[in-house]
Design a binder for this molecule. Structure first.
Ligand code: AMP
Length: 293
């Protein structure tokens, strides 16, 4: 993928954009602001693109760390996939550039930060909030699957919240662009479906399972198959050992939807468009996709 082919933030379709299309990004194109967070391979800063004044998040990754962890291929795939996706619930990747030591990713700025932290703060979400997020995710995943992209790593740590309170899928590190069924083992165990922990073939329905896990976690504050030992989580996933504790009180409609997504036989999981038609979503999700506290 050529950097020059990427659009500059908020310059899309303008004549100015066309004029700059051939120019590559450099660090000097940005004013760097406060640090937004720290990841495994580097730091993320608030930044302003000088020409357009557009605010972005600049992710700075150290090449040495990427090489040591053998994740250059994963990063390349993430950049290629994410930069081609355009959806209100998917974090935009505007482009990238690099120097001798670092790789820089120019990302949409998600002003309200990590969903994970919100969940920690609230312990669990209201049904209205959970349903709004699940519907947003279903919309984003329908879009991805339509482009033959499977995310494979949907979890709270990979979700950010935008200025209006809208959910954004942020991390495509484990995603694949595929026309075939996959057999690769990846992701954190808690969110993986039986066919992935057992390393058998899997397809786009892995994302339906993860959405079911996430819906449970939004409502109960913990993922459904959590256990002290890795081996117990593994066993609980494979057996679909799904239990709904009495507290917090969750409606039977929500439990019905979760039970229809967390189905061992992947072809029997509720398709994403049916998730959007489920009574719990219809009655609780804000159609704007925005949760207002
Ligand atoms: P990461 O390396 O992607 O795990 O990012 C590290 C941290 O930086 C995250 O946990 C967020 O708090 C923050 N962050 C990353 N990307 C963005 C973004 N696009 N907008 C706002 N904050 C971000």
């Amino acid at each position: 993928m050529a950097i020059a082919a990427e659009t500059r933030p908020q310059e899309k379709d303008s004549s100015e954009a066309k004029a700059h299309e051939k120019r590559r990004w450099i660090l000097d194109d940005f004013d760097i602001g406060k640090p937004l967070g720290r990841g495994k391979f580097g730091h993320v800063y608030l930044a302003r693109e000088k020409r357009s004044n557009h605010i972005v998040a600049l992710k700075v990754l150290f090449k040495s760390q990427l090489q040591q962890s053998l994740v250059q291929h994963q990063l390349r795939r993430e950049v290629e996939i994410q930069s081609h996706l355009r959806h209100p619930n998917i974090l935009r990747l505007y482009g990238y550039f690099y120097d001798q030591k670092r790789v820089y990713l120019i990302l949409e700025y998600a002003a309200k930060g990590e969903l994970y932290k919100e969940l920690q703060k609230c312990k669990y979400f209201s049904e209205r909030r959970a349903a709004t997020y699940v519907a947003s995710l279903a919309h984003a995943l329908i879009y991805c699957h339509g482009k033959h992209v499977i995310h494979r790593d949907i979890k709270p740590e990979n979700l950010l919240i935008g200025t209006q309170g809208e959910l954004k899928i942020a991390d495509f590190g484990w995603s694949v662009h595929t026309f075939n069924r996959r057999r690769t083992m990846c992701g954190t165990l808690d969110y993986l479906p039986p066919e992935m922990v057992e390393s058998v073939e899997h397809d786009a329905s892995v994302d339906i399972w993860s959405l079911g896990v996430l819906c449970y976690e939004f409502l109960y504050g913990v993922p459904p198959f959590e256990a002290k030992e890795h081996s117990d989580t593994y066993r609980r996933i494979v057996q679909v050992d799904l239990k709904f504790p009495p507290k917090p009180l969750v409606s039977s409609a929500a439990k019905d939807l979760i039970s229809q997504m967390l189905v061992k036989e992947s072809s029997q999981r509720l398709p994403l468009h049916k998730v959007l038609e489920h009574p719990w979503i219809v009655q609780n999700a804000d159609p704007s996709g925005i949760y207002r506290s």
